[in-house]
Design a protein around this ligand. Structure first.
Ligand SMILES: Cc1cc2nc3c(=O)[nH]c(=O)nc-3n(C[C@H](O)[C@H](O)[C@H](O)COP(=O)(O)OP(=O)(O)OC[C@H]3O[C@@H](n4cnc5c(N)ncnc54)[C@H](O)[C@@H]3O)c2cc1C
Length: 465
């Protein structure tokens, strides 16, 4: 058994762990990166990148089949070759993964250990069956895994998760997607546009991350028009017969439906990877889910020299948040006990559907009733959106009544990923609705829709006085 003594042990070489390791080194500490799975990160291997590659193929298919209203006719059949689609998804994905693997392998070999880590006690880790690590501080950056309810686990390899989609050699004929969160909706729309017969079984009326009832209702209609979407389904039974899965579910309108699928793609949320860590061997305080109780500002678990970053803490499972948290955790682990608060950027999240869904700043559900006005724009008559025949969408921008500051927005609409950045930057700069309206707006652009929403908010504020 090899023994290593180190200042900072980082568990997990993902999007949080890598910057944690680098920040610890930059702060002058010795650091060790421990990885149990393959190098390459969830984002590049089975997350952000392959999902966007699949979406890009879907957008190409959709564009090719949507030209007629412009008087442009693609005569003859549009043929989607599932094997070619998946070949490009995987080869481009492998290219992205290759860059990450190269950068990890550029880290000195003595700073890396391969194997799953678990705690022996507060300061000692066991890695695989070969190494013991005595660490002054530990960063837990173990990421998250899809949650698969027991009912679907019984279906064996016909119940799949996002990782499995990105190892397909060909597209399936028909699938059911369980869950209408971000991952479920992105993959559902992409697969439907690529000719797969997709049924999305959501629960409790959820549509991605949206909390504003008007925006959620609008988005629900958009997805219901595009694919078989049951926002309030209750699955009563899931059985397998050979390679076919049978589901019995109560649809949103109460009717009982029996249907068969090639696969059930389970996108019912993700859970932090804590199971392998044997946290029970430490004196860390654990909550009822077995998660260490930690401070979301410093990422520190109690007063211990243990810091939790990225999807592992279950707070903001997004790439840029994982990277920021990793840097802060690595730096705090090196400087312990002199820990500093993590200064978070303005909240921004995007669901890469078409039209896109985005949220910036405070969620509608978190704003105090009566404290804000909601400026609205429909993209249905918005000039440039209509020109491009992408005129579906509804946006609400929230402006604080007392300060006139922009505090948040939820919407579905064209170019949402780009407008989300304008709004996140405005939020981080603490701009008022008046300052935002003083900014330049070109013509004709989709951003003029945002200006309409901001003007609407300003008019509502005026009406309040
Ligand atoms: C389908 C999908 C699409 C996504 N799309 C986007 C997007 O468009 N934009 C966006 O911002 N985010 C997106 N995300 C989220 C993003 O991928 C994650 O937030 C991010 O990858 C989290 O990074 P992490 O370092 O916390 O975890 P990971 O990158 O998963 O790293 C954790 C590492 O820890 C290792 N590990 C676990 N346990 C142990 C142990 N005990 N010992 C040693 N090693 C261990 C794992 O093997 C893994 O390599 C998407 C996610 C998915 C699944």
């Amino acid at each position: 058994m090899k023994t290593i003594k180190i200042d900072v042990a980082v568990i997990g070489a993902g999007s949080a762990g890598l910057p944690a390791y680098r920040a610890a080194k930059a702060a002058g500490a010795s650091a060790l990166l421990i990885e149990g799975g393959p190098y390459g990160t969830t984002c590049a291997r089975v997350g952000c990148m392959p999902s966007k590659l699949l979406i890009a193929a879907a957008e190409a298919a959709h564009a090719a089949s949507s030209t007629a209203p412009f008087g442009v006719h693609v005569d003859g059949a549009i043929r989607i070759d599932g094997r070619e689609v998946m070949r490009r998804v995987k080869s481009e994905r492998d290219r992205f993964v290759g860059f990450v693997v190269d950068s990890v392998e550029g880290i000195p070999a003595e700073d890396r250990v391969i194997g799953y880590a678990k705690f022996i006690d507060d300061n000692w880790l066991q890695v695989g069956d070969h190494t013991r690590v005595q660490a002054r501080s530990v960063v837990i950056a173990t990421g998250s895994s899809p949650y698969v309810p027991a009912m679907y686990r019984a279906l064996g390899d016909r119940a799949i998760v996002n990782d499995d989609v990105f190892s397909w050699d060909d597209l399936p004929r028909k699938i059911a997607v369980i869950g209408a969160g971000v991952i479920g909706l992105e993959l559902s729309q992409a697969l439907a546009r690529l000719g797969v017969d997709v049924t999305v079984l959501g629960a409790r009326g959820r549509v991605g991350p949206l909390t504003d009832p008007a925006i959620r209702d609008y988005a629900q209609k958009v997805f219901s028009d595009a694919l078989h979407f049951e926002p309030r389904a209750e699955v009563e039974a899931a059985t397998r017969d050979g390679d076919t899965v049978h589901l019995r579910y109560r649809a949103s309108d109460g009717t009982l439906v029996d249907d068969s699928y090639d696969y059930v793609l389970v996108t019912a949320g993700r859970r932090p990877n804590m199971g392998r860590l044997a946290l029970g061997n430490t004196t860390l305080e654990l909550d009822s889910h077995g998660m260490p109780v930690y401070d979301p500002v410093t990422l520190q678990a109690g007063a211990h020299p243990v810091f939790i970053a990225g999807d592992a803490n279950g707070v903001l499972p997004l790439l840029h948040e994982a990277a920021d948290e990793g840097r802060a955790a690595g730096s705090n682990a090196a400087r312990y006990p002199n820990v500093a608060p993590l200064v978070r950027r303005a909240p921004i999240s995007v669901l890469f559907s078409d039209p896109g869904i985005a949220m910036v700043g405070a969620r509608h559900a978190d704003l105090a009733a009566g404290s804000f006005v909601a400026g609205e724009v429909s993209f249905e008559d918005q000039g440039r959106s209509r020109v491009m025949l992408r005129n579906r969408g509804l946006m609400h921008v929230y402006v604080d009544k007392a300060t006139r500051r922009f505090v948040g927005a939820e919407w579905i609409g064209p170019d949402a990923e780009h407008i989300a950045h304008l709004l996140a930057w405005a939020l981080q700069m603490n701009l008022t609705v008046d300052a935002m309206l003083d900014m330049p707006f070109y013509h004709p652009v989709v951003e003029e829709g945002l200006r309409t929403a901001l003007r609407n908010a300003a008019a509502l504020l005026k009406a309040e006085h």
